[in-house]
Design a protein around this ligand. Structure first.
Ligand code: 3IO
Length: 338
């Protein structure tokens, strides 16, 4: 009888231990808007793997690509209200909401995603802009320099005249200055708009030729080297506050590393995606003349002035942010040889 009682007691202790182990763990939901094949989702799966490994399984991450939990436009609000714990935002989809970090979306001739992503992270760390006060920022990165992908050949800047191209953020203004018809919409709506003919092409980085299979419909690619799109991975503030200190440490340590990993991945991947498009769909690639690139640059200058005005109105030193961004760009280009 005594033996039976002690066995029952032991079983109860073991059951309690198992329950507390299960309860100690945290499950985080992570929403993303584009399809699983695209780079924002590739970096999401990489981050999930690192977090689960580095916390020894204490933190598990459940990912929702392709707008299955939150879409491009309700991502910010959905994370703030806790519909998802974590979400990926393309900041260009929220005009006026992120004045400081939209500096990365200016026409300042970033040629490397790794450089742009490191610069973005450092600018965020240094200025801690109020625009992110309501969320916890886990990491940041950018897309690669933006190019024209279209159904009609754009061999010269003149071919842009009246052409309907999907874009977002500052690129819409640059397109307007170049005589094109920019149409603002998130990446996740672009396949349908191309299919229906609402737009004749898009301005984004070459990774989407393969990952969204745009090479099939957009057989003409023009190297324009327009701005990168800045992305932020944000977490619900209350959820962040509820995490144990050691978990917060793991996530904080991953921030900069993840920015660099993503930038490096995309730098390598864009050329691979373009080659794939040539092999599979025989896409044609056009380059512009130096004079045309100078024209794009000249027409972008007024955008920088407009950005400065907005940031100054928000009570910040726009010249300092810009100067820091350019200095960091130079520093990382030298350091990384890019
Ligand atoms: C982008 C957005 C979602 C998925 C893949 C992508 N590659 C480049 C971008 C940038 C862009 O066009 C955007 O709208 O954020």
């Amino acid at each position: 009888m005594k033996r039976l009682l002690s066995m029952i007691a032991a079983a109860a202790v073991i059951t309690g231990l198992l329950a507390s182990v299960a309860m100690a763990g945290t499950m985080l939901t992570y929403a993303n808007f584009p399809p699983a094949t695209t780079f924002p989702c590739v970096q999401m799966e990489h981050w999930k793997g690192e977090v689960e490994k580095r916390t020894g399984g204490d933190v598990m991450v459940q990912t929702f690509p392709g707008s299955t939990l939150l879409g491009a436009k309700n991502m910010l609000r959905g994370v703030q209200t806790g519909q998802a714990d974590i979400g990926c935002i393309s900041t260009a989809y929220y005009p006026g909401v992120f004045p400081v970090i939209s500096a990365l979306n200016l026409p300042v001739a970033f040629t490397s995603t790794e450089v742009a992503s490191m610069v973005m992270w450092d600018i965020f760390q240094k200025y801690q802009p109020k625009e992110f006060d309501k969320v916890k920022v886990l990491t940041m990165f950018t897309s690669a320099p933006s190019q024209v992908m279209s159904k009609k050949p754009v061999k010269t800047l003149a071919d842009l005249n009246g052409l309907e191209l999907r874009a977002s953020g500052s690129i819409l203004k640059i397109l307007a200055n170049l005589g094109a018809q920019g149409v603002g919409m998130p990446m996740s709506q672009t396949p349908e708009a191309l299919q229906k003919g609402v737009v004749k092409g898009l301005v984004s980085s070459y990774d989407v030729l393969k990952d969204m299979n745009f090479a099939e419909i957009c057989r003409y690619e023009t190297v324009t080297n327009l701005p990168v799109y800045p992305f932020a991975i944000i977490m619900n503030k209350a959820k962040w506050d509820s995490l144990p200190a050691d978990t917060k440490k793991v996530l904080d340590e991953l921030g900069r590393e993840q920015a660099q990993w993503t930038g490096k991945y995309l730098d390598d991947y864009t050329s691979e995606a373009l080659q794939w498009s040539k092999d599979k769909y025989q896409v044609e690639v056009f380059t512009l003349t130096d004079a045309e690139h100078a024209e794009i640059k000249a027409k972008g200058a007024e955008l920088v002035d407009a950005w400065k005005e907005g940031v100054t109105k928000a009570g910040l030193d726009a010249d300092a942010v810009l100067a820091d961004m350019m200095a960091l760009k130079q520093k990382y280009e030298a350091e990384l040889g890019k």
